[in-house]
Design a protein around this ligand. Structure first.
Ligand code: MLT
Length: 254
């Protein structure tokens, strides 16, 4: 992986393919490998930039709180480094929250937006409180209970659950804590949708038990021109459960 110094951290990223620049952002608490299955399906059309968000995978973090805006700023600095002005920004779940923060801060740099298994809503108060409890639990006891709680919710497919567990176990406790707090404090992005004058693709599994499909349908109802692809039988990892359908949907951002 390449690495670049941005915002006092080292951001690691994969780059492959040729065509329209497209950034693929992983969700919580994973890393860029989440996208491994779709990269070969998109590399003939897109210049794919696939980072590890700060603290995750091979990217470092600093010992200070950060926000969704900070993750987004890291991505803007990475694009600066690559001399890319505008890109399609695609995010999975928490990566979608980062994509929305990016669109809020840098609207002129968004060529298209993809939300995969994500949502525009902020946390309800009880969810927010749950995030802080999880962060305190990780601080005191490590990542084990978050991993065990999340793995079965990612997907019903046992093989992929094992993958998700392994991927979650690779990540640092500090990355969990930083991300849980950043997610708890994220803004509601519903108001942002009406300002979108670029193509938008929404991909969601109809069996997602972490973020229900209704969140995707609500976005489509607010923004009828968005291209919504509902994937029958998929859970929270459509890019692995249904890589071809996910890639086909993302091609609308070319
Ligand atoms: C994710 O998959 O990134 C998280 O489950 C999102 C969330 O907890 O809101």
């Amino acid at each position: 992986m390449e690495k670049v110094d941005v915002n006092r951290i080292q951001l690691a990223y994969e780059r492959r393919g040729q065509g329209t620049p497209m950034v693929l952002l992983h969700g919580f608490p994973l890393d860029h490998h989440l996208w491994d299955e779709v990269l070969p399906l998109l590399e003939d059309t897109f210049d794919l930039i696939v980072p590890d968000l700060r603290g995750f995978g091979n990217s470092t973090m600093i010992d200070a709180p950060h926000s969704m805006d900070d993750y987004a700023s890291d991505i803007a600095s990475l694009l600066d480094h690559l001399n890319i002005q505008k890109a399609a920004i695609v995010g999975h779940s928490m990566g979608g929250y980062v994509a929305l923060a990016f669109a809020r801060q840098y609207p002129g740099r968004v060529g298209g937006l993809g939300l995969v298994s994500s949502q525009v809503l902020a946390d309800a108060p009880e969810r927010k409180e749950g995030r802080y409890k999880s962060a305190a639990d990780v601080e005191a006891n490590g990542i084990g209970s978050v991993v065990e709680a999340m793995a079965p919710k990612f997907t019903a497919a046992e093989k992929l659950q094992a993958y998700a567990r392994e991927s979650m176990q690779r990540q640092q406790p500090s990355a969990y804590i930083g991300a849980l707090k950043a997610m708890a404090e994220r803004a509601d992005s519903t108001d942002l949708l009406s300002s979108f004058h670029f193509p938008m693709v929404i991909v969601h599994g109809d069996s997602d038990s972490l973020i229900p499909i209704d969140r995707a349908r609500e976005i489509k109802a607010t923004l009828p021109q968005a291209h919504l692809v509902e994937i029958q039988g998929a859970g929270h990892m459509p890019m692995m459960e249904a890589a071809e359908k996910t890639a086909e949907a993302l091609r609308h951002l070319a």
